[in-house]
Design a binder for this molecule. Structure first.
Ligand SMILES: [Zn+2]
Length: 378
């Protein structure tokens, strides 16, 4: 512990953030995520905000929706996106316990993104209930962002229908940079069906599914084009049964990332057009876009200018990061044409790693920034 942690201004915020971090919330543990969602919902209600817990799927935690809308207010407002889940399994806290060392606040999921979510939540509380003269703010705490938001996506997109712009409290990038563009992410599944045979007695009658898949792996990886920001990664492969059997089955799982919708369509089409190289072998190809590309828009650029003004007033420079390969729920809103500014959470490092930490010195300025930003946009 050092002097930073004991400053009066930090005395209130640190215990609150600590409580969020110490409730461990891996995406796959719906009960754990629900416990934190209820804690946030209860506090929101005490502050006069509306809080709804939506069930999105049996195994996923609830999606928490907060709003400062009055009951009959259907205007397009501001959408704030955050997630409560982390990549860390329960027990990670014992290996990376909550602690303050100099300016670093350690703990699983603090930087990505409980501290940022807390900051945005505090700003919403400070803004208070919307009146006729102020636009409403809706805030979503997604329970499955770290596993692709598959269960939450329909509800995120439905709520985004009432959004004029979206702000995402995902962690700030190196140097405090924000995000205005993210690659899209696709998933790829290939299955080859060959013909089994005794590898010694009737090898010539066999049709190797693994051999077929080997051809396809090379064809897929050849679609990578770093210059255009396109990557195709075969991440898992399995097949066959034994060394003395020509393999009948083989399958692979991969993903692909791309910076634009045009490239997303081009890649998916090329993947679906893959044909078997081996006679008598059948190939099944599935390729779909899990997160659409978040392309930098004029609306996002305008939002960035506003944000830069408020950041400067709050005491920090807000620069733009280059397009990032990692997705977020901002991909969904941006793809719907909603001006989206992302990476507005706290500064830090080590997302998804054991050395994850956020910078305590970034919390107060980011809180001032978020409050000013929500107040002006509303
Ligand atoms: Zn995140």
């Amino acid at each position: 512990m050092n002097a930073v942690a004991t400053e009066p201004s930090h005395a209130r915020l640190l215990p609150a953030i600590r409580r969020w971090i110490e409730l461990e919330t891996p995406s796959h543990d719906g009960h754990a995520v629900a416990a934190l969602a209820r804690l946030v919902a209860d506090e929101a209600r005490r502050c006069g905000l509306q809080a709804q817990l939506h069930e999105v799927s049996g195994s996923t935690g609830p999606l928490l929706q907060l709003s400062n809308r009055r009951a009959d207010d259907e205007r397009k407002g501001i959408l704030v996106l955050a997630h409560l889940d982390t990549v860390h399994p329960v027990g990670t806290l014992a290996r990376n316990p909550f602690r303050v060392e100099d300016d670093r606040v350690h703990g699983p999921g603090g930087y990505d993104m409980k501290a940022g979510a807390w900051v945005a939540f505090e700003a919403l509380k400070a803004v208070g209930i919307a009146g006729v003269d102020r636009l409403p703010v809706d805030m979503l705490f997604v329970p499955d962002e770290e596993v692709g938001s598959t269960a939450s996506r329909p509800l995120i997109e439905r709520v985004a229908g009432r959004a004029a712009c979206a702000l995402v409290a995902e962690p700030a990038r190196a140097g405090g940079r924000c995000v205005t563009a993210r690659k899209g992410i696709g998933t790829l599944r290939l299955r080859a069906h060959g013909c089994a045979a005794h590898a010694g007695l009737q090898h010539e009658r066999g049709r190797s599914a693994i051999r077929e898949l080997a051809h396809q792996v090379l064809a897929l990886e050849a679609m990578t084009d770093h210059a255009r920001g396109v990557t195709v990664n075969v991440g898992r492969i399995e097949g066959g049964t034994a060394a003395n059997v020509v393999p009948e089955q083989a399958s692979l799982l991969g993903e692909f990332r791309m910076p634009s919708q045009a490239l997303a369509e081009d890649l998916s089409a090329r993947m679906r057009a893959l044909r078997p190289c081996t006679p008598d072998v059948r190939l099944e190809v599935e390729a779909w876009i899990r997160r659409p590309p978040y392309e930098r828009s004029a609306g996002a650029a305008a939002l960035l200018q506003q944000a830069q003004r408020h950041a400067a007033a709050a005491g920090f420079a807000l620069h733009e990061a280059p397009m990032t390969g990692g997705g977020s729920d901002g991909n969904f809103t941006a793809a719907l044409g909603i001006p989206t500014l992302d990476g507005l959470g706290v500064e830090g490092d080590g997302a998804h790693a054991l050395h994850e930490h956020f910078l305590l010195s970034s919390v107060q300025p980011r809180l001032a920034f978020w409050t000013a930003m929500l107040t002006e946009l509303a």
